[in-house]
Design a protein. Structure first.
Length: 202
């Protein structure tokens, strides 16, 4: 007796063509392009804000004296920083310029080749790229980074918007790692609850 022919109606997996993506639902490729675009747009916004603020400072503020801006919190003070963020590693402008270029290139390649799926990592990469490029432009153009935000009433190294973006990036990375650790802990707890008798059996 001949084997019965599968009925594609009763067995939709047999011989069924691949399903086309639903209208309005992004394909994986389109979604990756969108992730790249949004991350790069954030980086570009950081660079524009950083360079615009520094251009204003170079035009309107004289180096040195404090200018009250936000009483009890922030003042404006124009400083040329030949170090890293918050005046660290002063006097190493050549090495820091190279570091800025390498960090910018590495983050850009990460975004283009391996677009992150985590929203926190996307934010981190956008802020990090924008901050590194913003300070890198200063080092290449002026040989120093323009800082202008001074904290009050306590003393803290003067900084700029690119420095703020880099620190926000670090915070986003930490939040992502904490969320991953929390999900892993919840998964382990849930697995133990589903299989309470598995412990102690060899």
């Amino acid at each position: 007796m001949a084997a019965p022919i599968p009925n594609p109606i009763s067995n939709p997996k047999a011989g069924a063509p691949a399903r086309a993506p639903l209208p309005g639902r992004p394909t994986p490729r389109r979604s990756s392009i969108g992730v790249r675009a949004l991350t790069l747009a954030l980086a570009a916004a950081v660079v524009v804000a950083d360079q615009t603020s520094k251009a204003w400072v170079l035009t309107h503020l004289a180096p040195g004296p404090l200018r009250p801006w936000w009483p009890g919190l922030l003042a404006l003070q124009r400083v040329s920083n030949r170090g890293a963020a918050f005046s660290l590693f002063s006097g190493s402008i050549q090495w820091l310029t190279l570091v800025s270029l390498l960090v910018s290139a590495a983050v850009l390649l990460w975004i283009l080749w391996r677009p992150p799926q985590s929203a926190w990592i996307r934010l981190a990469l956008g802020f990090l790229l924008g901050g590194a490029v913003g300070n890198g432009i200063d080092r290449l153009r002026h040989g120093a980074v323009t800082d202008f935000l001074a904290t009050q009433p306590f003393s803290f190294p003067v900084f700029n918007l690119a420095d703020v973006a880099i620190n926000v990036a670090v915070a986003c990375f930490l939040i992502d790692q904490l969320l991953l650790a929390g999900r892993a802990s919840e998964g382990a707890t849930g697995s133990a609850r589903r299989h309470p008798n598995d412990r102690g059996h060899g």
